[in-house]
Design a protein around this ligand. Structure first.
Ligand SMILES: Cc1cc2nc3c(=O)[nH]c(=O)nc-3n(C[C@H](O)[C@H](O)[C@H](O)COP(=O)(O)OP(=O)(O)OC[C@H]3O[C@@H](n4cnc5c(N)ncnc54)[C@H](O)[C@@H]3O)c2cc1C
Length: 508
């Protein structure tokens, strides 16, 4: 690798309070350089952001690496719109892996087509918190304990869930907003699920309801209230991680953030510590250079699929000597299956407003308990989407082919007909109670990949990877396949809080 002087360009303190390395963003000349830090957090989603805050608060010099862009909120045209995803905005919405010859695009969401499963994941500063539905749903105790028997629910409930919610939640949907015209579909979902005997929960959400109220009152351009809540939220209502955890970590003065840094490879140095090889990307998705960062402590926060892939790749190349052969294990989809109920009559208003914030639990399901999330979408007046979740019967072991440079998740949904029957049963209850028909949409895949570097197989319950020093898993990869019939981001963040509390005192 060419040896070039290290030149970092800090944009200074932006209005957002984040000092971001904009070297690659500025599209300056092609370059290659090295730098060094004590701790490196790879990825800026739920796990990575929590780790960065707790490390920097402990006074540890920390670098956060993110492959995607920083989408700084600057008014109603900041983010892509769902209504335009296949139009001229498709490049800004979708991540296509940059390559030397073909280029790529550095949009907010990556869709991964792996054999057996399609997966959506976030690809920007703040990770999944920019593209998620906003649901911060706490699992029920009894289902959580089936999924995550190695964790103490009482402790999560008393300490770690509230700790995360205090920083990012805007609370459950208030009555006046639920009563407004564009939320008619949500009210109907509640009516039908209640009539079916399911338990309704108004979930905490990572949105500011006061801003959504202003949308409804015509004081702001509408976004969430007309169903535009997935890619950021152009009214500014989404409490994405760049506005709380990452911003608070940056305020300590101990955090350096490098965006448009796509990590390609991780090497454990013989003398201790790690080397992280990053492609520098332009805003257009071309590779314009390389940055190699040395660190003493490495925290993996690239999300279940990418954390697992990066580690498997380095393991296959012999660059993580000693790392456990259980790496790749306990991967699953959180039991996700999307359903459409259709032919319901005109139950929705003109728009299906968001964010997703109404969950229903079917704890009397004859097969096993399920959780469903009403998922507002642009599907007309008489159809509703709902995401089913549960603890799946099976997990898979991801493997990596060195010659093709490809990871396979080896997911075989056909092994788990019992889970599909449980989800069908809950949906049939709703059809019996509210009319219409239903269809599941397995091709949709999952938005909730979990595991691959899981607690109890790849790492211990504080995230420390077995067989190798100073390597930690703090993201969804640590969760063995399911959180317990609920959306996972709250549990990922709360678990990272729990892990960091154990890890920090052990760092020198
Ligand atoms: C459309 C959609 C809607 C969703 N809605 C909800 C919801 O309402 N509620 C909920 O709980 N969950 C939801 N999820 C799931 C949720 O977003 C994830 O569970 C969560 O973000 C995972 O957190 P994480 O910390 O594991 O990783 P992520 O949040 O995925 O963060 C990983 C980060 O690492 C970066 N990264 C990856 N590879 C590299 C690399 N090689 N180099 C540098 N950086 C890298 C990524 O760009 C990303 O920013 C949704 C997901 C999608 C896609």
């Amino acid at each position: 690798m060419a040896k070039v002087n290290r030149r970092t360009f800090l944009a200074g303190s932006l209005a957002s309070g984040l000092a971001i390395n904009t070297q690659a963003q500025a599209g300056l000349f092609s370059k290659s350089y090295r730098s060094r830090t004590k701790a490196l957090v790879l990825g800026s989603g739920f796990g990575g952001s929590v780790a960065a805050l707790r490390l920097t608060e402990a006074g540890i010099d920390t670098v956060m690496i993110e492959r995607g862009k920083f989408w700084k909120y600057s008014g109603e045209d900041t983010y892509p719109k769902v209504s335009n995803i296949f139009g001229e905005l498709s490049d800004s919405a979708l991540w296509r892996e940059p390559s030397k010859w073909l280029g790529g695009s550095v949009g907010m969401i990556q869709y991964i087509v792996n054999n057996g499963i399609n997966i959506g994941v976030g690809a920007c500063l703040g990770g999944g918190s920019l593209v998620y539905g906003g649901v911060l749903l706490q699992p029920r105790r009894e289902i959580f304990e089936t999924a995550l028997s190695g964790l103490n629910y009482t402790q999560m409930d008393r300490e770690y869930y509230p700790r995360v919610l205090a920083r990012i939640s805007g609370g459950p949907i208030p009555d006046d907003i639920l009563g407004s015209p564009n939320y008619a579909g949500m009210r109907d979902y509640i009516r039908v699920a209640e009539a079916a005997g399911h338990e309704i929960v108004r979930s905490e959400v990572g949105f500011d309801w006061n801003i959504i109220r202003e949308e409804i009152q015509g004081k702001r351009a509408p976004a969430a209230s007309i169903g535009e809540y997935v890619f950021g939220c152009n009214s500014g209502a989404k409490n994405s991680l760049d506005r709380n955890y990452i911003k608070d970590a940056a305020r300590t003065g101990k955090l350096k953030i490098h965006v448009l840094h796509n990590v390609q490879h991780i090497v454990k140095k013989r003398t201790g510590g790690y080397e992280i090889f990053c492609d520098l990307l332009s805003k257009q998705g071309s590779i314009i250079g390389e940055h190699v960062i040395e660190c003493e402590y490495l925290f993996m926060g690239a999300g279940s699929v990418n954390t697992t892939r990066l580690l498997l790749k380095s393991q296959a190349n012999g660059d993580l000597p000693g790392i456990t052969s259980d790496l790749g294990d306990k991967w699953a989809t959180n039991g996700d299956l999307i359903y459409a109920r259709y032919g319901l009559g005109e139950v929705n208003g003109e728009y299906q407003a968001g964010p997703a914030c109404i969950a229903s639990f079917d704890t009397n399901n004859p097969i096993k308990p399920t959780g469903f999330m009403h998922s507002p979408g642009p599907v007309g007046k008489s159809t509703q989407l709902q995401m089913g979740m549960l603890v799946p019967e099976v997990t898979s072991k991801a493997t990596y082919n060195r010659f093709l440079d490809k990871m396979s998740l080896n997911w075989d949904k056909s092994l788990d007909t019992r889970s599909t029957e449980a989800l069908d049963s809950t949906t049939q209850d709703m059809i019996d109670a509210g009319g219409g028909k239903f269809s599941s949409i397995p091709a949709f895949g999952t938005w909730h990949p979990l595991g691959g570097a899981a607690m109890g197989s790849t790492c211990d319950y504080s995230g420390r990877v077995y067989g190798i020093d100073n390597l930690f898993i703090v993201d969804g990869a640590a969760i063995p396949g399911a959180v317990g019939a609920a959306n996972p981001s709250l549990t990922i963040a709360a678990n990272a809080e729990r892990m960091m509390e154990q890890i920090i005192p052990t760092l020198s």
